[in-house]
Design a protein around this ligand. Structure first.
Ligand SMILES: C[S@@+](CC[C@H](N)C(=O)[O-])C[C@H]1O[C@@H](n2cnc3c(N)ncnc32)[C@H](O)[C@@H]1O
Length: 258
């Protein structure tokens, strides 16, 4: 009889879920006092391809980089992972990586059209840009984090047959280096900070600005989006919402949602 692969929670108390990014595992255990050695052994037993196991402590700073503790395996942080058939080079210590966004990235392919000019305004390692580029012929990916942009450049060569051209630009999105209404659609995935960029993002948007924002249910009522979707639960009262805004000369100078 074939033996069943044990679930992690059956092997280690207090840890049930984790992310696999290429050959690296990242966990956010609920309990502090876990048996790390047992945990690493259990993960590597379930996933023999895994080379390094990290605990994520928190995400901080404007580049949204994770504080990570290596608890077992090799001291590696750069890997290649697959999302919806696309390959991404990422260094988990140098760029924001959240594999739970795979579903959101996939939706981008359904939202964009071949002829549309798209800006991924806070691209990180380029998840949105790359998915948009499987459909749109004109995508620009920008971010403050030059190391994330270099990872995207490496990823482009791995996906040549699946995507169109992507231009990569480093900038501070407070002053985007583009003329008025340069893009049909702009994606702004920077949920903790997006408010301070709204007017500048709208300046370069012709049709539709799509934002992700961390907010309470009531908070988002101040932003004039014509459609809201709740995409993730962050805590009891805080959620990640996705808002669709038509930019036509609206003043979006908001500093807080409270
Ligand atoms: C939540 S992460 C982006 C995630 C990414 N869209 C994805 O799909 O994985 C937010 C990004 O905003 C970038 N960022 C923060 N402040 C910025 C600024 N002033 N100008 C440009 N990018 C900025 C960070 O470097 C980070 O990559």
């Amino acid at each position: 009889m074939k033996s069943k692969t044990p679930k992690l929670r059956e092997l280690v108390d207090g840890v049930s879920s984790y992310y696999i990014i290429g050959n690296i595992v990242i966990l956010s255990p609920k309990k502090r006092d876990i048996d790390k050695e047992k945990l690493v052994k259990a993960i590597m037993q379930i996933n023999p391809r895994v080379k390094a196991v990290y605990i994520k402590r928190k995400v901080s700073g404007e580049l949204r980089i994770s504080e990570l503790e290596l608890i077992g395996g090799e001291d590696i942080s750069k890997t290649i992972f697959k999302e919806n058939g696309l390959s991404f080079v990422v260094d988990i210590k140098k760029v924001y990586v959240n594999p739970s966004l795979g579903g959101e990235h996939n939706k981008v392919e359904e939202e964009v059209k071949e002829s549309e000019k798209i800006l991924d305004a806070f691209c990180g390692y380029g998840g949105i840009a790359m998915h948009a580029s499987t459909v749109s012929k004109y995508v620009i990916a920008g971010d403050l984090n030059i190391e994330g942009l270099e990872m995207l450049r490496e990823s482009l060569s791995l996906n040549r047959k699946k995507i169109h051209l992507i231009d990569i630009v480093q900038y501070d999105a407070h002053n985007l280096p583009f003329r008025e209404k340069s893009f049909d659609k702009v994606y702004a995935d920077n949920p903790t900070m997006v408010l301070e960029f709204l007017n500048e993002l709208c300046r370069v948007t012709r049709e539709e600005l799509i934002i992700y924002i961390l907010s309470t249910k009531g908070g988002i009522s101040k932003i004039p989006a014509y459609k809201w979707l709740r995409v993730n639960d962050y805590s009891k009262d805080l959620f990640i919402f996705k808002g669709y805004i038509r930019c036509n000369n609206k003043n979006l100078s908001l500093t807080s949602l409270s």
